[in-house]
Design a protein around this ligand. Structure first.
Ligand code: TPP
Length: 283
């Protein structure tokens, strides 16, 4: 675990943002009665740090070549990124109402038709390869933009991930930071029961990456891990996030299979109240 001595971020402000993202996720899913709610809630802390503290990013200039990139490999986590992009002002909050609807720019599996999306996800296992290519491209173009990637523990079962990991280390892409969301779930249950992925830290390390493993729902730990990664030259960085699916909404945190949650109409009000009360934020 990373120890934070001087955290450069305003954690109170980030907590307010993370709570706003969680409420947006619930709002989107409530309109269709289901969705990848657990993922959106679980990753809200990371997205709050990236979009409201860390990334060099201008919502009015999405094609700015010097911008830091956020690459979402796991298309079905798009609900979380829609929340962050709307909160950041990339598109109006009202547009969240269209999540998952026919003709909407906010599809259940994220794609480049949405402003602010750097890649079309959906087919798992391709994000790391794309992020490696982007990071290499920045270097060749002499840009100091960073590339942040979010991938899942399930994607560690794909061979393409490890080919890309090898390439990232070979080229010494130290402006590439890959977050691995270890939420201990995939569609058919826990990775250990489907195809074991541990020891995750040692695997990345053996592939030549600088590796940290942190509580992925601890805002200060996320900030600190990015500081450490940015200060460590010569190798790409893997930050393994142990997250809780449904984080911030106890009703969903304890669901047994929460890869895709169906919610009864009467449960939404409780879910919202729990998210409002989460993390000790005073409304
Ligand atoms: C290449 C590929 N194989 C299978 C799927 C179907 N699929 C969609 S989500 C998912 C679960 C993957 O687990 P993980 O990525 O860990 O996601 P989480 O359960 O954390 O949402 C699967 C198998 C897919 N989208 N792409």
């Amino acid at each position: 675990m990373t120890t934070i001595v001087d955290c450069p971020a305003d954690i109170g402000q980030l907590r307010v943002r993370a709570r706003a993202l969680r409420l947006h996720v619930l709002h989107m899913a409530e309109r269709i009665g289901q969705g990848y709610v657990g993922q959106g809630l679980g990753i809200a802390d990371l997205l709050a740090v990236l979009y409201f503290h860390e990334m060099r990013f201008d919502p009015r200039r999405l094609d700015w070549p010097e911008r830091d990139r956020f690459v979402l490999s796991i298309g079905h986590y798009s609900i979380g990124l829609y929340a962050a992009l709307a909160e950041a002002g990339v598109f109006p909050l009202d547009e969240l109402d269209s999540y998952g609807a026919d003709g909407s720019r906010l599809e259940m599996s994220g794609s480049e038709i949405t402003p602010g999306f750097e890649m079309t996800g959906g087919s798992l296992g391709h994000g790391l390869g794309q992020a490696v290519g982007m990071a290499l491209g920045h270097r060749l173009a002499k840009r100091d933009a960073r590339t942040f990637l979010l991938m899942s523990d399930g994607e560690l079962q794909e061979g393409s991930t490890w080919e890309a990991a090898m390439a990232g280390a070979h080229y010494g892409l130290d402006r590439l930071i890959a977050f691995v969301d270890c939420n201990n779930q995939q569609a058919d249950g826990a990775p250990a029961a489907v195809m074991g992925i541990e020891p995750v830290h040692d695997k990345w390390s053996a592939f030549g990456w600088h590796v940290q493993r942190i509580d992925g729902n601890d805002l200060a730990a996320i900030v600190g891990a990015i500081v450490e990664a940015t200060a460590t030259p010569g190798r790409p960085h893997a930050i393994i996030l142990d997250t809780l699916m449904g984080k911030g909404v106890p009703l969903f945190e304890c669901r047994e299979k929460n890869h895709f949650i169906r919610v009864a109409p009467e449960e939404w009000a409780l879910a919202r109240a729990q998210a409002m009360a989460s993390a000790g934020v005073v409304p």
